[in-house]
Unconditional design. Structure first.
Length: 99
């Protein structure tokens, strides 16, 4: 990813706003895939998949270091996001099973 040299605070803020829009869009896409995953799981325990969560967190920590971002920051963000998405996936799973 190319980072531009900005000439003003307004320009910096515009790039940040644009990135925030992209981040929200990517999180929404991730959440959609998480909900789809519920269709392939057989139990709530399958959804919680601790080994998968650990693998995701390990990969995120590695990518954070690769890009020079605090691994602790990304771990906290992903922990919050994953917890919320697991709850969403559980809801999706229960709704599908009740049909």
């Amino acid at each position: 990813m190319e980072i531009n040299d900005c000439q003003s605070l307004e320009e910096v803020r515009q790039y940040i706003d644009d990135l925030d829009d992209q981040i929200v869009e990517l999180i929404a896409a991730r959440n959609s895939y998480v909900k789809q995953a519920a269709n392939f799981k057989h139990s709530i325990e399958d959804i919680k998949a601790n080994e998968r969560m650990e693998a995701v967190m390990d990969r995120v920590r590695y990518k954070a270091m690769e890009f020079g971002v605090s691994p602790n920051l990304l771990t906290k963000l992903y922990s919050i996001m994953i917890d919320a998405m697991v709850e969403s996936e559980i809801s999706e799973f229960r709704n599908a099973k009740s049909l």
